[in-house]
Design a binder for this molecule. Structure first.
Ligand code: ATP
Ligand code: FE
Length: 329
């Protein structure tokens, strides 16, 4: 949940934000339980609304537009957010603006002190998506390549689970990898030489599973750290190579990285090094804004409003889109 201020053409300003993470709730089940997620949305949405207003010293009637995530995602959770947002907007007699979740991720670096300029190549690496895009402006997204199976975040999470790490495994695996040798295990880098900016990560988790079975029931910490480091190295190498390929294809000199995996320190280190050599500027969201948050949705809405692209529905109705292609947003 967040409040963003739009003042003419000035960069929109984040005024307040509050986040309730459901990670601990889902941890006991090893992944997201959709029904629990929706019920928790119901419980949290109004207290979070009150919290951001109180942080900003504002009241509900100061709100000029309500933005909400229309998709993609879990239908139940989307319905809670959309239902509340559209009702609130109707009560306040202001527009309600649907936002694409991935557009939120993609534009999250605009919340940083040094926002990117258009055009740029975007590497979107989240729990459910891995895509390279050419971005010419807000709403102008051309997909250059994407994963044909698992997402990078999924590869981190599934490998981490095989190593016995808690959900969501990405950050846990990254911490463990700090103590390991990234060359200890030769894990596959599918499609590395395909010549296209596409990805495939499903084979990696199978390769990790094979190693976990070989290692047996009680591996020592060093063995696990070596496998974690080797897994991370395989994912990062593919992400870096494919980003460079997309930059070369588009001849652009700016890269924006967004989504949860964008918080990965090894990915940042290797992208920074490779891009510095080629005169490419890399922009990231702040670490805390890589994973899901309300500020990125409010920012995407604000950037659309500034460009006259906010076309809210007039009939008071709404729909959610559990599956929704960003290039159609
Ligand atoms: P999507 O946005 O595609 O719908 P999502 O909202 O679940 O999916 P995000 O919130 O963007 O995804 O990111 C969560 C993912 O990021 C998880 O897979 C998590 O493991 C991964 N992640 C977070 N931090 C790190 C890290 N430091 N290293 C690797 N992976 C990470
Ligand atoms: Fe997300």
């Amino acid at each position: 949940m967040a409040l963003v201020e739009v003042d003419g053409d000035k960069p929109p300003r984040l005024v307040a934000q509050a986040l309730h993470s459901q990670i601990s709730m889902h941890q006991a089940y090893g992944g997201v339980v959709p029904e629990l997620a929706s019920r928790d949305h119901v419980r949290r949405v109004l207290p979070l609304t009150r919290e951001v207003l109180s942080q900003a010293g504002l009241a509900l009637h100061d709100v000029d537009l309500v933005a909400y995530t229309q998709g993609p995602g879990l239908a139940g959770a989307l319905l809670v957010g959309a239902g509340v947002a559209v009702s609130l907007a109707a009560a306040l007699d202001v527009p309600a603006l649907p936002v694409h979740h991935l557009e939120g991720h993609l534009l999250s670096p605009f919340l940083s002190a040094d926002p990117p300029e258009f055009p740029f190549v975007a590497l979107l690496v989240s729990g459910g998506h891995t895509q390279l895009m050419r971005v010419d402006d807000v709403g102008s997204y051309e997909i250059l390549g994407e994963t044909i199976d698992d997402a990078a975040g999924e590869a981190f999470d599934k490998s981490a689970k095989l190593l016995g790490l808690p959900y969501p495994g990405g950050p846990h695996l990254a911490r463990m990898a700090e103590f390991g040798n990234p060359e200890a295990y030769a894990l596959p880098r599918p499609l590395l030489h395909s010549g296209k900016p596409d990805f495939s990560f499903a084979g990696l988790k199978t390769a990790v599973l094979t190693q976990v079975k070989k290692i047996g029931d009680s591996p020592c910490d060093q063995t696990k750290a070596d496998l974690a480091a080797s897994t991370q190295a395989a994912i990062v190498e593919v992400l870096v190579k494919k980003s460079l390929l997309a930059l070369k294809e588009t001849k652009l000199k700016r890269l924006v990285v967004a989504g949860g995996v964008g918080a990965n320190a090894k990915l940042r280190e290797q992208l920074n090094a490779a891009c510095a050599k080629r005169g490419v500027r890399v922009h990231y969201p702040e670490l805390s804004l890589c994973t899901d948050n309300g500020a990125m949705i409010a920012m995407a809405a604000a950037l659309r409003v500034q460009r006259g692209m906010a076309n809210p529905r007039q009939d008071g109705g709404f729909e959610v889109r559990p599956r929704w292609d960003l290039s159609a947003a």
